[in-house]
Design a protein around this ligand. Structure first.
Ligand code: PLP
Length: 436
């Protein structure tokens, strides 16, 4: 299989797409021809690893990693991804829990998969690959955890200083020498702009062998499609009905992965994107022009994105506004509504939900009763509530128990530099740490 940029140009191999992250023309990679997945033959797939092998084979055909796929999958899917039925009065609704990995957010899955691929392809102790990752909170921790101490690979994490939760900050800054954590005086969009500019700078990029691990990397997207494939298959096998998904959305990587799974044929019904008050996506799907804006800060901070990168992929595959509107919907959720959901979820479901996951429960509760009860829903839980205890605990009035993986990370010492939001400041910090 070959991969093409959303902006045209010549096709590349999967290996090239994984290593370069972003296409030379600034576009994002996608398969040149989407395979059609014969999922009915997956009936026998016993677990998510088997689903992953069947699903990924066509995407990896011709890649030098093709034979390593089982090992890559084993390194990635090494924690449970349960689908938990929710006690709802009518209809069928469950929670896809993507937050049982090392940093307690769904991004662990994409990050571990990409780390497993890149270390096989590009690990080089003489001239290390440098992964640049801009993060609104969760990506950086997941990527740092996935690459920590991997030989021949460095990671530079750029995060908005003071705009991530304390526990998130800890996860961004407690790693070994090969991970450089930079607190940028600016927003997530500033961090993303620095990363993009650095990678577009050929001289700098060649010197440091820059690569990306943001959700723009195809190696993050493919494994994310797998949990949608597996959850929808299991659901279909059990109930003979397609589940619909509601997905907390920021940079649109997770939701796009669901879209991709449906495009290649998996039994997925509706896809609803739940955003926070950054309502660009819902405005666009409501008919407005696509006009990226500065992001605003919300309680669901990992979704504070003013210019979601993966919209370029969604438009490429899904078409422009009118056509796209018939394929996906979007709901924007305010901070008051998030707060209300955290309280209501605790009362009705009996457990705490993180502010991001709360946007999905809100979108579900906002559905017409006929739709809410007439279709089967899977809400996507993107992070563990314990990561956002400063928001969640005052609302529910009790402590959220810290899962053991998170506790292990929080006991490690922190190390980071605060820098100005410029590429020069980043380069300087890089030279101080790595001496190149
Ligand atoms: C990153 C993140 C999101 C948004 O996912 P995208 O792929 O950027 O749309 C939602 N919730 C949590 C907890 C996240 O970390």
């Amino acid at each position: 299989m070959r991969y093409v940029s959303t902006r045209g140009g010549n096709p590349v191999t999967l290996d090239e797409a994984l290593v370069s992250g972003i296409a030379a023309d600034g576009g994002l990679f996608l398969p040149d021809n989407l395979p059609s997945i014969a999922w009915r033959e997956f009936g026998a797939a016993k677990d998510i690893r088997e689903t992953a092998e069947l699903f990924l084979q066509p995407f990896f055909s011709g890649s030098s990693l093709e034979n390593d796929l089982p090992g890559i999958i084993r390194e990635t899917f090494n924690f449970p991804i349960p689908v938990t039925a929710l006690p709802v009065p009518g209809g069928r609704c469950s929670l896809l829990e993507l937050f049982h990995g090392p940093t307690a957010a769904f991004k662990d899955i994409g990050a571990q998969f990409l780390a497993a691929c890149l270390s096989r392809l590009e690990g080089d102790t003489e001239h290390p690959l440098t992964i640049l990752v801009a993060t609104s909170g969760d990506t950086g921790g997941a990527v740092a955890a996935a690459f920590d101490e991997r030989p021949g690979i460095r990671v530079v994490v750029l995060f908005p200083n003071g705009r991530v939760s304390e526990r998130q900050a800890h996860q961004l800054t407690c790693w070994s020498d090969n991970v450089l954590s930079l607190a940028v005086k600016g927003s997530f969009d500033d961090c993303q702009a620095i990363a993009k500019e650095a990678m577009a700078n050929e001289a700098l990029s060649a010197r440091h062998r820059f690569s990306s691990a943001n959700s723009i990397n195809i190696g993050r997207l493919l494994p994310q499609a797998i949990y949608y494939a597996h959850a929808s298959l299991q659901h279909f096998l059990e109930y003979e009905r397609e589940p619909s998904f509601i997905i907390p959305t920021g940079n649109l990587g997770n939701a796009f992965a669901c879209f991709l799974a449906r495009e290649v044929g998996l039994p997925i019904g509706e896809i609803i994107l739940a955003t926070n008050a950054n309502c660009l996506v819902s405005d666009f799907l409501g008919g407005s022009d696509w006009e990226p804006r500065a992001s605003i800060q919300t309680l669901a901070s990992a979704m504070d994105v003013g210019n979601p990168s993966n919209m370029e992929r969604l438009r490429y595959l899904g078409g422009e506004s009118a056509e796209l509107q018939s394929k996906v919907r979007a709901v924007s959720v305010t901070d008051e509504q998030i707060t209300g959901q955290i309280a209501q979820n605790f009362k009705e479901f009996g457990f705490a939900t993180c502010p991001h996951t709360a946007t999905a429960t809100h979108a579900w509760r906002m559905l017409d009763a006929s739709e809410r009860e007439g279709k089967d829903w899977i809400l996507v839980g993107t992070a563990h509530a314990a990561k956002f205890e400063q928001i969640v605990e005052p609302i529910i009035g009790t402590r959220v128990p810290v899962p053991p993986e998170l506790a292990a990370i929080l006991s490690r010492p922190q190390r980071f530099e605060v820098i100005d939001a410029t590429i020069d400041a980043m380069e300087n910090a890089l030279e101080v740490r790595f001496g190149t």
